[in-house]
Design a binder for this molecule. Structure first.
Ligand SMILES: [Zn+2]
Length: 580
């Protein structure tokens, strides 16, 4: 349930008093900018532009400035990019009106619509909104710029996009797709084209997509989104727009627009509200024309819009993992393919031990989540700032806990194991399919077994499966063969399973959101001996099983029985192990 302003019902909204605002700022200990604020009041008076200016001039952090301003009006402040926003609430205000008066419906609770506006003290406006929505309205304050961007994101629809694309296709501008680079660059600067691409990105963010694929096919082109781990076709468009789209994406990411025969990699950022959203771009030549894949990285410090549903970790994994994290030294690995939520898990682990008496440092590529009290450093290949370079310097920073985003090379692996052996706790990720394989991977990279054996203390492997949509969830009884095949050991008969029927909330896919499943290897003395003897993955797995290790799919099937996901999803996300 969203946090309702506690004065939502009986609300006496004060007309804005910038005097009250300034007065409360003066009471902040060590606040040095009262004179500057006074100057701004002279310029902007009693308007929300005043707060925007205070934030822009960095006189006060955004959340603080907005809260003091809202307090001066006796309303609540809501950051639209950190708030729950329901489709129902958005739909209460038609898009033209929302854009015109800059108002965004956030949520409906007990028949009252909470609306973010820049001037909640405007009683006439609130009354009009209430008539439009045909229900009582509780206004909250948000910055005008953030409301505008949130409107752009939340009113983006497939239909609207199709219309914008249709208009572009009818334009004569794009008639000759085989043109030279400089002409193409001009085309890619076309306002309508830029806007459509922005809309596609907003729409992807709204749909919680992790990747956008822009690709040419023989007769037409298409845009696909990866949502909850599965690719879905979202839009198709005419081939004549394709090169202009690709060029625009390349310009955004600082790539060479004249080069289409070689793959290229780049990045770009986009201002969304007060946040910077980051994207990683890869282009690749293909038989029907270049393809672009855009990975949507989390907004720094604000994962809310992209957040996975709260991780539901099985108790049999969670309890030992929590104990592991409290160890004073050793390496803990989290493994899994790209996009399996390793960073989320690592940060959850760091959060457990993030106390003022520990020096925690991270090396990441890129920094995806900002965490207070932690020193975060981003590697930078442009200036040759590598994992190993940062890690070596970090060792001279008197660290207690180190998070290494990814171990890929021998140098980083060596320093990390040494750190673990000299009284530090090290968290790191590795790309392996199973937890036991991580141990072997370190040996393969070239770390000596006498270093690996004593340094590792545990490996957690993780996957994500699409979660069954809560809205259209239904029970069914699987066939005998299915039960036999997956649950023969448990002797299950007649247990109900769950699936999503498909509804508007889940785009008829039956899935919405994701759920993680895990396997955990705790390193015992027996396993240490096996490692130093250079034994196989199988032998290590067997030894791990003696202290409770169960392979990934076991935890996955547990989540099937809990009604969180389906057998199909588990099978799809553990296919590698399936074969063995
Ligand atoms: Zn559904």
């Amino acid at each position: 349930m969203p946090n309702l302003p506690n004065n939502a019902r009986v609300q006496t909204i004060h007309k804005v008093q910038n005097g009250a605002f300034l007065q409360s700022l003066r009471q902040i200990p060590h606040f040095e900018y009262a004179d500057e604020v006074e100057l701004l009041i002279g310029r902007y008076g009693d308007t929300p532009q005043l707060v925007q200016a205070v934030v822009d001039d960095k006189l006060l952090p955004k959340d603080h400035a907005c809260r003091y301003w809202a307090d001066a009006m006796n309303v609540a402040y809501v950051d639209p990019f950190a708030s729950v926003i329901t489709e129902e609430a958005v739909g209460k205000i038609p898009v033209e009106i929302a854009r015109k008066i800059k108002a965004l419906g956030l949520y409906v609770v007990d028949g009252v619509l909470t609306v973010a506006i820049a001037t909640p003290s405007d009683a006439d406006l609130v009354r009009r909104l209430s008539q439009i929505a045909q229900m009582p309205v509780s206004p909250v304050f948000a910055l005008p710029r953030e409301i505008e961007d949130a409107i752009a994101v939340h009113y983006c629809t497939e239909k609207g996009l199709e219309e914008s694309l249709g208009e572009l296709e009818r334009s004569t501008l794009f008639e000759k797709p085989e043109m030279a680079g400089d002409k193409l660059a001009l085309l890619a600067e076309d306002t309508a084209l830029i806007q459509v691409l922005d809309e596609i990105i907003y729409f992807a963010m709204r749909e919680r997509a992790t990747d956008i694929h822009v690709e040419a096919q023989e007769t037409q082109c298409r845009i696909r989104f990866r949502i909850d781990g599965n690719l879905r076709e979202i839009l198709s468009y005419s081939r004549k727009l394709h090169r202009a789209f690709l060029t625009r994406i390349k310009i955004l990411s600082n790539l060479n627009i004249a080069e289409s025969r070689f793959p290229q990699d780049g990045r770009f950022s986009m201002q969304v509200g007060s946040q910077l959203a980051n994207f990683r771009v890869s282009t690749m030549p293909a038989s029907h024309g270049e393809k672009a894949a855009i990975r949507i990285l989390a907004m720094a410090g604000k994962k809310t819009m992209f957040t996975l549903d709260k991780m539901v970790i099985s108790q049999t994994i969670l309890q030992p993992f929590k104990r592991l994290v409290q160890n004073p030294s050793g390496i803990i690995f989290v493994t899994g393919p790209t996009g399996s939520g390793k960073t989320t898990t690592l940060y959850a682990a760091l959060n457990e031990i993030n106390t003022p008496d520990r020096n925690i440092s991270t090396i990441e590529d890129p920094v995806e989540i900002q965490m207070a009290g932690v020193t975060q450093t981003q590697v930078n290949s442009n200036i040759d700032l590598k994992f190993s370079t940062v890690l070596r310097s970090l060792m001279r920073q008197d660290p207690d806990v180190i998070l290494v985003g990814e171990i890929r090379d021998l140098e980083t692996a060596k320093i990390a194991t040494e750190a673990a052996l000299t009284g530090h706790i090290v968290f790191a990720t590795l790309h392996t399919n199973t937890a036991p394989q991580a141990i072997i991977r370190l040996l393969e990279i070239g770390v000596e077994s006498y270093m690996v054996a004593p340094s590792i203390i545990g490996v957690l492997s993780q996957r994500l499966a699409a979660r069954i949509c809560d809205v259209c969830k239904e029970t069914y009884f699987p066939s005998r063969e299915t039960l036999q095949r997956y649950f023969q050991d448990e002797g299950l008969t007649d247990v109900p399973f769950f699936r999503g029927r498909g509804c508007a909330a889940c785009r008829n896919t039956g899935y919405k959101g994701r759920v993680a499943f895990h396997e955990l290897v705790l390193i015992t003395e027996e396993i240490r001996t096996l490692i130093s003897q250079g034994r196989s993955v199988q032998e290590i797995s067997q030894a791990a099983a003696k202290v409770g290790y169960k392979p990934l799919r076991y935890d996955g099937l547990k989540k099937v029985l809990l009604g969180l996901t389906t057998i199909e999803e588990i099978e799809q996300n553990t296919s590698f192990e399936w074969a063995t």
